[in-house]
Design a protein around this ligand. Structure first.
Ligand code: CMC
Length: 424
């Protein structure tokens, strides 16, 4: 309940609208009663709209704050790991020692996918984009695991969560192996989550990939920093799909499709494509000029954010991880990295970028790290998708565990009014 109200005057009539306060963030005006007054609100891009109530993640874009269940991302990245974060996002609290062991053991023992699922891959061209393959095979999970799809049952939701967390890295690595024409590598349950992913990506039946702990930790950080980001485009897509009663595997597939776009999850891939296009430090000024030119659609990929208008706290952690990885791999002199560093410097000093608060975002650094590890650019968004699966699932779970309505926005119609079909 609230004792605050907003007053809206429409056509001479004053409408009172309740105002709600969350634990953090701006107040929200409850406009649900407006439809009965014959008006809708208009907010394309949802710039001023809170589409739901949530307890999972809080972002303060002006101050560069990202909290998961109240814990700052910097502290989580320093002291926690991806699987603990999965538990936290899903259950709301950090696990006890016993809960943690059980959670890890369950995830580690569900990493294999149904063998028939492997046949799906043969239907795809080898040169298909791995995100296209991911949309298909994750959507297909609902054809294999219908024993866990009664989402009114909390146990079913829990099983679906385990399956998704455990099997996404396996499917992601299979996408990569398929594109190379190499045999799929079975998961190894004695490895931790990040190590297992690196093993499935880079080992072959002829030889094991030697796992460097710094690289495995960097991979785990990449998973953590992409795990959730409140009501972004793909999470909102998952919630919207889920609001129709669609099964969780189908909802996650819808999130993958939304994530693919270059303005969202496709950005880390777009960063590398852009760095390769720039090619040489001598060309940087031309690209900066293009980015500033109103008549040129080109944007500096990896810069700017809809919510963070000061700095992206994930980018700070990622930048440090980037330095660690490049130093352990001896790649500090990588020419693309030099271009990236120069771009970063220009963007932090140039008035155009300062005025518009355009800072390097998380994707700017994650792209560089992934490339240094040897992960091909086309797999970047796939890794984002597997990391974000827990965030999507936690939001879907929060929604279907409470009261919700089918998502059905309205519109400002500007087409023809009724007109008669011409007589023949
Ligand atoms: N390069 C050059 N100019 C830019 C850029 C950029 N990357 N981003 C925004 N601008 C300019 C834009 O032209 C506009 O200028 P003006 O006010 O003169 O018209 C101003 O900055 C505001 O732009 P906007 O499009 O209104 O900002 P937005 O909040 O709607 O867009 C964004 C946010 C992330 C889509 C956009 O900054 C962008 O396209 N960035 C590049 C793509 C990218 O890196 N995306 C990853 C986001 S982080 C991953 C995630 O969380 O999904």
């Amino acid at each position: 309940m609230t004792d605050k109200n907003a007053k809206l005057s429409v056509g001479g009539k004053t409408i009172e609208l309740p105002i709600f306060s969350g634990t953090e963030g701006p107040d929200v005006i409850d406009v649900r009663g407006l439809v009965a007054e014959g008006v809708f609100t208009y907010d394309p891009g949802f710039m001023s709209t809170a589409a739901c109530e949530s307890k999972i993640t809080f972002i303060d874009g002006d101050n560069g704050i990202l909290l998961h269940r109240g814990f700052p991302i910097e502290q989580l990245a320093e002291s926690s790991d991806y699987l603990e974060l999965c538990f936290l996002l899903l259950h709301g609290e950090l696990p006890s020692k016993e809960e943690s062991e059980n959670f890890r053991a369950t995830v580690q023992n569900h990493t294999m996918v149904h063998d028939q699922l492997t046949h799906f891959f043969n239907g795809f061209r080898r040169d298909a984009h791995p995100m296209a393959v991911m949309c298909g095979v994750v959507g297909a999970l609902s054809a294999f695991y219908h024993d866990s799809m009664d989402f009114s049952d909390q146990d079913h939701r829990e099983i679906a969560a385990f399956r998704l967390i455990a099997k996404m890295p396996t499917l992601a690595a299979m996408c990569y192996k398929y594109s190379l024409g190499q045999p799929f590598m079975y998961p190894r349950n004695n490895l931790n989550y990040a190590e297992n992913f690196l093993h499935m990506m880079f080992s072959t039946p002829c030889g094991d990939y030697e796992i460097n702990p710094v690289i495995a930790r960097a991979m785990d950080r990449i998973f953590m920093l992409h795990a959730d980001h409140e009501q972004n485009a793909s999470t909102s897509t998952v919630r919207l799909a889920g609001s129709t009663g669609a099964n969780p595997f189908a909802c996650i597939a819808s999130g993958i499709a939304a994530l693919w776009g270059p303005a969202h999850g496709g950005a880390n891939e777009a960063v590398l494509t852009m760095l390769e296009e720039i090619g040489d430090e001598a060309h940087i000024d031309t690209f900066i000029a293009k980015a500033k030119d109103k008549n040129d659609p080109f944007r500096l990929m990896g810069f700017g954010h809809r919510v963070y208008k000061n700095f992206d706290p994930r980018a700070k952690v990622m930048r440090q991880t980037c330095d660690e990885v490049l130093s352990v791999l001896g790649k500090q002199d990588d020419p693309l990295l030099k271009i990236a560093k120069r771009l970063e410097q220009i963007a932090l000093e140039d008035q155009y970028f300062i005025d518009r608060k355009l800072y390097p975002n998380v994707d700017f650094y994650s792209g560089i790290i992934l490339r240094a590890i040897g992960i091909p650019v086309s797999m970047f968004t796939v890794i984002f998708a597997m990391s974000r699966t827990i965030g999507w699932f936690a939001h879907w779970n929060e929604m279907v565990s409470g009261n919700y309505k089918i998502g059905r926005p309205r519109q400002l119609y500007t087409g023809y009014s009724k007109r008669d079909y011409p007589s023949k």
